[in-house]
Design a protein around this ligand. Structure first.
Ligand code: EPU
Length: 424
């Protein structure tokens, strides 16, 4: 058996401009949201990632007309048929579960397999299901098929308090509630920018939503949702990854198409480490060449706290700080598989209870490592760029799920990167 690897020859300084793509975690909810419409919907700024490919397969299974031209996705749901979503495409990503809320909202009936996605420890969907039940759905789980069936003769608005401010549950409940009878209130809702983006599309399609971006979202159900044109917000996690890369290896790297406020927590931590940058409108210019990096403590939190998705790439960079840093993940307490891979490259990281201690500064050396999940892949790219010699990263499909042409973007900045097949 052979598999593709990304090979990075480390040590090359990066310079120039990189443009951030549309947000993956908004896109993967916006695409299922489209099925609520009765007319064509157009979404611009779609990132070139394999999660989008999988969602397009699911749209086609639902008999939507789908056309992707450059970064514009046009979907005509007029011909839709509410088919059970049980193919392999559902397993490719976690966000396929957004079809649950959207199809329940539109048809009051949906059959869908349990979703896939990165393994970051247990990722239950109990809050989504409780929300759907509160709207009047009955839910059955078929053990043999591994699929859920949700049905409601009439969805009825209700008051739903989320025990945890879950991104997925907030969006999924919103997708169903926009077509429920009457008013739904989601309390302790998540406030991530991607949720606001989804609500903006739904509003353009005719939904009545208030309070997104706060912890109470109020939705008045509507009878009809029409077409819309929408541009996706920039990907704050891709931007954060490039900020870390630019801080580590850059010599004047300009990052374009960012919403700097979405990155406040990361920017403040980079500043604390001694990284120098300048925010100019929707761009961030990172000056590189830092002599002494300070160790820091980070604790991931729901937005606007430090994003769990940036914890892994930042951990790779912390190997270059002089002293011990501590990284705690309160969202995914088991999201530390990248540490063992970084240690193979010469890092000195101890994994504790929901945290890791990064003992720096350590020189990193190129070797063969594996992306165990998407952001672990990003951490290994950061490490590979800093290491001496060649780092070969396996399980590249994890990286391709969520980063739009990361190698092409890095090569344009001066990185030495190639892809080739190796024997396992
Ligand atoms: N949780 C529950 N029950 C639920 C839902 C969530 O216990 O019903 C728990 C989860 O197990 C986890 C925490 O709540 O411990 C957070 O989960 P949340 O629902 O907020 O996350 P998600 O919707 O599954 C999205 C992103 C993740 C990102 C998290 C946190 C998408 C498709 N995924 O996941 O992105 O880490 O929010 O911000 O939007 C990534 O991009 O690499 C990624 C994993």
């Amino acid at each position: 058996m052979s598999q593709e690897v990304i090979a990075i020859e480390g040590g090359h300084k990066l310079k120039g401009t990189v443009r951030i793509s549309g947000a993956k975690n908004a896109t993967v909810a916006l695409i299922p949201a489209i099925v609520l419409a009765e007319e064509p919907v157009e979404i611009m700024g779609v990132p070139e990632i394999s999660d989008v490919d999988a969602l397009m397969v699911l749209l086609k299974e639902l008999n939507c007309e789908v056309e992707l031209e450059e970064d514009t996705l046009k979907v005509n749901p007029e011909t839709m048929i509410n088919t059970p979503l049980v193919s392999d495409a559902v397993d490719k990503l976690r966000a396929s579960y957004y079809f649950m809320g959207a199809l329940l909202g539109k048809y009051g009936d949906v059959t869908i397999k349990m979703p896939g996605g990165c393994y970051l420890g247990p990722r239950p969907i109990d809050l989504h299901l409780k929300g759907f039940e509160a709207l009047g759905a009955t839910i059955t789980y078929d053990e043999n098929m591994g699929s859920y069936h949700l049905h409601a003769d009439h969805l009825k608005g209700n008051r739903i308090y989320l025990d945890f401010a879950s991104v997925g549950a907030t969006i999924n409940i919103m997708l169903a509630a926009v077509r429920a009878d009457g008013k739904t209130t989601i309390e302790n809702a998540a406030k991530e920018p991607e949720i606001i983006d989804v609500a903006n599309l739904l509003t353009k399609m005719g939904a009545k939503i208030r309070g997104v971006g706060t912890d109470t979202i109020v939705i008045e159900g509507v009878d009809y949702m029409g077409g819309a044109v929408h541009e996706i917000i920039p990907d704050r996690i891709e931007a954060g990854t490039f900020l870390i890369i630019a801080a580590a290896m850059g010599n004047m790297v300009l990052i374009q198409n960012v919403i700097p406020q979405h990155l406040d927590a990361l920017l403040s931590k980079l500043r604390e480490m001694g990284v120098v940058f300048e925010i100019i409108g929707d761009t961030i210019l990172v000056y590189g060449n830092i002599e002494h990096l300070k160790p820091i403590e980070i604790k991931t939190q729901i937005y606007p706290g430090f994003a769990t998705d940036l914890q892994q790439p930042l951990t790779a960079f912390l190997t270059q700080a002089e002293g011990q840093s501590k990284v705690t993940d309160t969202i995914y307490t088991a999201r530390f598989k990248h540490c063992a891979e970084l240690n193979k490259m010469g890092a000195n990281i101890e994994v504790g209870d929901a945290c890791c201690y990064v003992n720096g500064k350590t020189d990193l050396h190129g070797t063969r490592v594996n992306a165990t999940d998407l952001r672990c892949g990003a951490a290994l790219v950061v490490a590979g760029l800093m290491a001496d010699g060649v780092t070969e990263i396996g399980n590249v499909y994890h990286i391709d799920r969520g980063y739009d042409n990361i190698d092409r973007k890095l090569i344009a900045l001066g990185a030495q990167i190639s892809r080739y097949e190796v024997d396992d």
